[in-house]
Design a protein around this ligand. Sequence first.
Ligand code: NAD
Ligand code: MG
Length: 403
Amino acid sequence: MNVLPSGSAKQSVTLLGATGSIGVSALDVIARHPDRYSVHALTAHRNVARLEQQCRQFRPELAVLDDAREAGELQQRLHASGLQTRVRAGRRALEEVAGDGGSDTVIAGIVGAAGLASTLAAVNAGKRILLANKEALVMAGQLFMDAVVRHGATLLPLDSEHNAVFQCLPSGFRRGELVERGVARVLLTASGGPFRCLPTAQLAHVTPEQACAHPNWNMGRKISVDSATLMNKGLEMIEACWLFGLPGERVDVVVHPQSIIHSLVEYVDGSMLAQLGNPDMRTPIAHALAYPERIGSGVAGLDLVAAARLDFEPPDVSRFPCLSLAYQALEAGGDACISLNAANEVAVDAFLHGKLRFTQIADLIQAVLERLGAEPVLALDDVFSADERARSLARERVGGFLQ
Ligand code: NAD
Ligand code: MG
């Protein structure tokens, strides 16, 4: 991983997915340090009201929305109140803004495959990328990491587990050389989600609202369902393999319901290094924004006495098979991880819209993986076509699952 030298000039930040959970937390940190950060661009899908409010507060040069009519409305409202922000619309604009020369840092906070092209545009522009959009790496792993190297981009993990691992790795480490540096394995912690203790028979009847009520983290709806199925940990296992250049057998998962240890690195001498803190994304965001320096995040220090205990248990893959499906897809290679991610996005969306039971999420993904196998991925076009293939198969299959 390359790291930009820290300078005294202000860091100019583009925030992709500004209106989401990651975006709001990132802006909270940025607002605490007006001397260090300026906001170049803010992007969102459809949340016009929140984007407008964020534009008023942070006065970016550019804002991007998906829909042209909504972008026009926002433009009018901002101009009427004297703001110079230029509002653009559509996917092409999103990619252009992600890669433009107005910012040196891009926070990739869009959810799902929708974030891949813009995150890659930032990579191709050689920027410093703070990556929350794990699906981009799950889908395009090798191509993504090759592009990071080719364009001299700097990739810093925002996902709390990967940020924790990053903090526990040997200083100055190089990706792919961790085993030589004495790293035995990486251990990702998982909260276990809201249904960890729910009787198995009830799992088929849980509602989207229950699935989105995460015990420790306040997140967007898609990642909340992923946390409940353990697919989030599956995606994170794949993300860790690509980020740190480790094979799947060196990335393990342990359930830790308190979400206080955010992940660990085990060394060959028996040492285990862990990063601890209150479960609040502002900590990894502040760490990655300021790296290698440290800045305040607004998160209080951990009260160990109040926390009192830390529990651990193995993940229950018989009840939450999505984690096993992720290991299988990684092992299969080729485009299997693309199919895994696409089928998961379709399945989670169907569950959130009452078209699939919670337990059928894993069934649907498994059916898609079995049907599609693993085709080689040579170029970005292969990624998008594999994504589309798996998505349409998954959509067809949703109808076949009885409620
Ligand atoms: P969210 O649903 O709260 O926000 C998603 C953001 O992406 C919104 O700003 C939305 O406008 C934008 N977006 C959605 N679809 C889009 C599209 N088609 N085109 C353009 N923009 C689009 O999601 P989140 O919880 O903030 O998660 C964002 C990413 O960060 C996900 O990949 C997630 O896995 C990862 N992540 C989130 C957390 C967390 O605490 N929320 C923690 C770790 C990693
Ligand atoms: Mg995480």
